[in-house]
Design a protein around this ligand. Structure first.
Ligand code: AN0
Ligand code: CP
Length: 316
């Protein structure tokens, strides 16, 4: 595997999920595979889970891991081709990525969308330039439009938790938030669910429909109660508008997941990628209750990352 930026980079999704589950059983089985290999993790935005789980995944495979908070500790990065750099940017991505590629055998990068210009964000310019100039395998740690390590961990969790002998009904529901949040997690989740054996229903207020390239094949409903009926899993997530790009259009009153909403489902398991705003997106009673899978999802991040890194190490 030479890059991991979306589900389209995965030759066989089922095999990758099985690999992650095997690694969960035996995390140190390949502890010499990454010997003398360096994993660089580059962050342009905050992170708890991605940073720690991917670091741990590399260490479980015997890799040396370097973490760089490029936004705070690096030189201000220029990405524009042909830029006259007489302003605030100090270093061009051409040199920065090439240099990091010399120090690292595999690089992970996190770079959120700016949520100003839809075309710019959805072109994945920074991620693509990084791939071009670093010249080593690149793992997305959440880019402008997707979060594929999260989605793989989510699919691993669903595989572990799904009811036997039944195609589960999965509802991805929009939830309220206090600020503008990327569409990445929802886009990526929808894209991965198309490859899984689930019935996918997406529910969000009017004006919050995701881009069709991610949702085609799914049922999209603007009535949350109707969508939640008989759900086996509910994936809760906020995102800002794709249509009125990056905007928060409503305070989302009535969209928070509560036990009252859960009563409409088939005793659904509740998922969220974290970090979660308690009592805004999800109620305390759900997060502290029996139906929450949020900690299992976070735990599976390590084995999802390990499965991806193992594939990359094998193809170096
Ligand atoms: C980010 C997002 O939703 O894309 C990261 C989640 C993994 N969340 C926030 O900004 C709160
Ligand atoms: N879910 C997730 O990616 O969390 P972090 O932003 O803390 O890495």
């Amino acid at each position: 595997m030479k890059k991991y930026t979306s589900v389209h980079d995965v030759a066989n999704v089922n095999e990758l999920v099985t690999e992650a589950l095997h690694l969960k059983e035996n995390p140190y089985k390949y502890k010499t595979l990454g010997e003398n290999k360096t994993l660089g993790l580059v962050f342009l935005n905050p992170s708890l889970r991605t940073r720690l789980s991917t670091q741990k995944a590399g260490q479980n495979l015997g890799m040396n891991v370097i973490v760089m908070n490029l936004d705070k500790e690096g030189w201000a990065l220029e990405t524009q081709d042909g830029a006259i750099m007489n302003g605030t940017t100090v270093e061009h991505i051409k040199e920065a990525a090439a240099v990091m590629g010399q120090y690292c055998d595999i690089i992970g990068i996190r770079s959120f969308p700016k949520l100003q210009d839809r075309e710019e964000d959805y072109s994945e310019d920074l991620l693509n330039k990084f791939i071009t100039y670093a010249k080593v395998p690149i793992v997305s740690l959440e880019s402008a439009t997707r979060h594929p390590l999260q989605s793989l961990a989510d699919l691993v969790t669903i595989t572990e938790q799904k009811p036997a002998g039944k195609k589960p009904k999965m509802v991805l529901t929009w939830a309220p938030h206090v600020k503008a949040i990327p569409q990445c997690v929802a886009n990526s989740f929808a894209e991965w669910m198309q490859q899984a054996d689930v019935e996918l229903v997406i529910t969000n207020p009017e004006g919050y429909d995701l881009a069709e390239e991610f949702t085609k094949g799914a049922t999209v409903l603007h009535n949350q109660d109707e969508a939640l009926k008989d759900a086996d899993f509910v994936y809760v997530k906020n995102w800002s508008s794709y249509e009125q790009y990056g905007k928060v259009l409503t305070d989302g009153e009535g969209w928070m997941m509560t036990n009252e909403k859960l009563a409409l489902t088939s005793n659904a398991k509740v998922m969220h990628c974290l970090p979660v705003r308690r009592n805004v997106e999800l109620s305390d009673e759900i997060l502290d209750g029996q139906n929450s899978l949020v900690l299992e999802q976070a735990n599976n991040r390590t084995y999802a990352a390990q499965a991806v890194l193992k594939r990359m190490l094998e193809s170096l």
